[in-house]
Design a protein. Structure first.
Length: 69
């Protein structure tokens, strides 16, 4: 993920971030399922998606802390 993409995602609202997180988790589930049945062309994509989901969760948590303060 490029820095500009990351920064544009980070500036989204928590509701929009949660929507992106849902999509990332669905894609991760599908890829993991495919990987269990047959090897993926690019298995590193699983790691990339897991990290992207973790990044989204972090930003959602930070938005929640901003709202509580």
């Amino acid at each position: 993920m490029k820095a500009k993409e990351r920064e544009s995602l980070r500036n989204l609202s928590s509701v929009e971030l949660e929507a992106h997180l849902r999509k990332a988790n669905e894609k991760l589930f599908r890829l993991a399922f495919k990987h269990k049945t047959a090897p993926l062309d690019n298995p590193a994509e699983l790691r990339t998606l897991r990290r992207h989901a973790a990044r989204l969760k972090t930003w959602i948590a930070q938005k929640g802390e901003e709202g509580a303060s």
